[in-house]
Structures are given as C-alpha cells and as structure tokens.
Write a protein that binds this ligand. Structure first.
Ligand code: NAD
Ligand code: GLY
Length: 368
C-alpha cells in the first residue's frame, strides 16, 4: 500500500447516480484555482465558517472563489458543538434571505464536522435545496463527516436528531489545514481513521499501526494516505447504502457507547472522536464476550488507541446511565439497543446483546 505523495492530489468518487461527486484530497488545494472549477454556476456563494477557522482560512477561500461568483458572502458563527443548533442554523437563513440569495446560491462549509453538518442542513432546507461544497478542516471531517451526506443540528433532547440526507456537490480536503489543528483534535480524528480497520480493512489497521508516529507528527504523505483510504472505504459503504437501511450502520462502530459517553458527561466534555474511540474499545470487548474476537484483538485496539492519544477508560457514569442513553440511539429499534460489533477482524455486524452482558462490559471498561 503506497501513500499518496504529498505534492499530488487524489480523487475519490462517491457513486450515487446523478448525485455522485468527487472528494479531492491534497495539499494546497484552497489556493489552487483548478480546485474550484466546474462547480454549479451561480451569482452568489455563501461561505459558512466559525470564529476559530474563519481567521485562519476565510480570506483565502474568499479570494479563490471570487473569479467564479459575482458575490462571495460569508457568515462567521460561534465555534463549538454547543452552537450546532436550530438557532444558529437560522442565522444562516437570515443571511441568505437578507442578501436575497436565489435558489442557485452555492454554500461552502469551511471548518470541522459542526460547520459541515450545519451548513449541509441549511443547504438541504434553503428554498428546498441549494448546492453545497464541503471544505473540511479537521481530520475527523476529512475522513468521515464531510463525506456521505448526513447533515443535522442537535436538539436539546438528542444529538443530530434534526437533519436530512443531503449530498454535497464536492468535498475538498486541503491537507495543509491539518497543520493548525490542536493535537487533541488530531487524536479525535484518528479514532475515526482507526475505525475503518476493524470494520472493513485489517490491512489498513496494520498500516495505521506502522505509521501512527508519522500521523501524529502530521507527516503530509501519511495524512494523505489516511484520508484517502478512509474516504475510499466510506465511499464504498455509502455507495451501497446511502440512507443507512443496513450496511452503512457499520460506520457507527463505537458510536453507540460513544454517544452515551457524550450525552452522559454533557456534550463537549469529551470530543466526539474521543468518545467514539473509547466506545470502539467497549464494542470490541462486547464482541469478545460474544465469542467473535479474542482478547488479543481487543488488546491490539486498546494499545493503538492509547498510542493515538485517545482515552481508553470510560467515564464511570454507571451502567444504567449508559443503557438509558443508548436506548435513544438512532439505531435502537423499539427501545432495543443495537450494537456494531466485530464479527471477525475486518468484518462488522449489527445486532442486539443482553443488557446484563452489556452492563458487565461497561463496568469492566470504566475501571482504570
Ligand atoms: P468541530 O467541527 O467542532 O471542530 C473541532 C475544533 O477544531 C473546533 O474548535 C474547530 O473550530 C476547530 N478547527 C477546525 N478546523 C481547524 C483547523 N484547521 N485549525 C484549527 N482549528 C480548527 O469538530 P469535528 O471533530 O470536526 O466534528 C465533530 C462533529 O461532526 C460532531 O458534531 C459530530 O456529530 C459530527 N459528525 C458528523 C458525521 C456525519 O457523517 N455527518 C460523522 C462524524 C461526526
Ligand atoms: N459517520 C457515520 C456515517 O456517516 O454513516
């Protein structure tokens, strides 16, 4: 498996009929004029970003888009998961309507998964749908959230509960933006990279183990391959099951336990990727208890997560709290929790498990 040279860019296609689109991955993409050619024509573009990413990359994106649109508007929203709300979403509509943007206006999501999810949902709703482009600037967003068309805002009663499946027209992963990412955010993104190994591609897991130090050092070639292979796997899965009627659920490995950690601690205490990373270890342990994988496999994932800078011990919220939060997971059916488990290394299965066994796994996973 050869990493992509840092100087070149790679294309991964999401095949969804007339909603197919490319994911462009490379260094220096924001400033490269060809990156922005061939997008839907429109009089106006609106860049949606936040007050952390805006100061870093907004001006450059504005400059790059100016040859293509008569007006390049922008809105800078407050940073953070706490602002992924209906109220913030409305501020995007305020600008679109206040500036008399028509139904051809192209939206650009500049930032991490919060910006991407919220801008995508705004694009799905405004005038019943306008095109949007994802410009993800976190590792997590480049390997996962910008790809596949899940868009949403949070509701006080649940994360990502109000949203739509709505595909972007292009995803532009400029790897240079990862150089300004805080280390904790890089580690959180690595959780979603690691995820793809156990569920689909153990050779990729081998590669991550061998190259983790390079990834943590933000080596351009290593990051390029991690983003590309992750997007290839996500594209393959989403291409077969866009709306998660079956297979796509495997991409939620670690998310059932992870959402319980996020909700139980209060959103924002742990990063999404940290909760997913720890949740993967819990799901792996549950897989072991069901006889699917051995202890060595769980140990392997645990040491990789630890090396990646991820928490490996769950917060001691009590098994009942975990179970209650997991029952409102979107995968739950009639209150029965469904877990993404590893049936054998490289292959996932979605199924239920007895509460008592799940509780044992939680207690075991929360002991230091
Ligand atoms: P985030 O968007 O909050 O970004 C993390 C932090 O990094 C923020 O403070 C952000 O402003 C900052 N940041 C972003 N890019 C930066 C850069 N280049 N340099 C410096 N700082 C930068 O979080 P995230 O981890 O990117 O995304 C998490 C969100 O994504 C959650 O809301 C989650 O629900 C969602 N998500 C969605 C999907 C999906 O399929 N749609 C998948 C996974 C996660
Ligand atoms: N992150 C899970 C999915 O896109 O389905």
């Amino acid at each position: 498996m050869t990493p992509t040279p840092a100087s070149s860019s790679a294309l991964v296609d999401i095949q969804l009929g007339d909603r197919s689109y490319p994911i462009v991955i490379g260094a220096g993409l924001i400033d490269r004029p060809s990156t922005w050619e061939g997008l839907p024509r429109a009089a106006s573009a609106l860049i949606v970003t936040n007050d952390v990413v805006g100061p870093l990359y907004l001006e450059r994106l504005q400059r790059a888009l100016q040859p293509h649109y008569a007006r390049v508007l922008h809105i800078v929203l407050p940073d953070g998961e706490a602002y992924k709300t209906w109220e913030t979403l409305n501020r995007i509509f305020d600008v679109l309507l206040g500036q008399a943007c028509d139904r051809k206006t192209v939206l650009f999501a500049l930032g991490g998964g919060v910006m991407g999810d919220m801008t995508g949902f705004a694009a799905a709703c405004y005038m019943r749908g306008v095109p949007f482009v994802q410009v993800p600037t976190t590792l997590l967003a480049q390997v996962d959230s910008s790809v596949g068309g899940k868009t949403a805002v949070n509701h006080p009663m649940g994360k990502n509960m109000i949203g739509a499946f709505y595909q972007p027209v292009r995803v532009v992963c400029d790897l240079d933006t990862l150089q300004t990412l805080p280390s904790r955010e890089l580690s959180a993104g690595l959780a979603e990279v690691i995820k793809y190994g156990p569920i689909h591609d153990m050779a990729f897991l081998d590669w991550i183990e061998a190259n983790l130090d390079l990834l943590l050092a933000r080596d351009a070639s290593a990051l390029a391959w991690a983003v590309r292979r992750s997007c290839e796997i996500k594209a393959e899965v989403v291409g077969q099951d866009e709306r998660e009627s079956g297979l796509r659920a495997i991409l939620n490995f670690g998310h059932t336990f992870g959402h319980a950690i996020e909700a139980g601690l209060g959103f924002g205490a742990w990063l999404h990727g940290e909760a997913v990373g720890c949740g993967m270890l819990m799901a792996a342990r549950l897989s072991e208890r069901l006889g699917y994988v051995d202890a060595a496999f769980v140990g392997r994932l645990t040491s990789l997560a630890r090396r990646a800078g991820l928490p490996t011990v769950g917060p001691a919220l009590g098994a009942q709290s975990y179970l209650e939060h997991m029952r409102v997971d979107k995968k739950a059916q009639d209150g029965d929790i469904r877990f993404v488990l590893i049936q054998r290394p490289g292959q996932a299965v979605v199924q239920g498990a007895p509460d008592a066994l799940v509780a044992e796994v939680i207690e075991q996973s929360c002991r230091s």
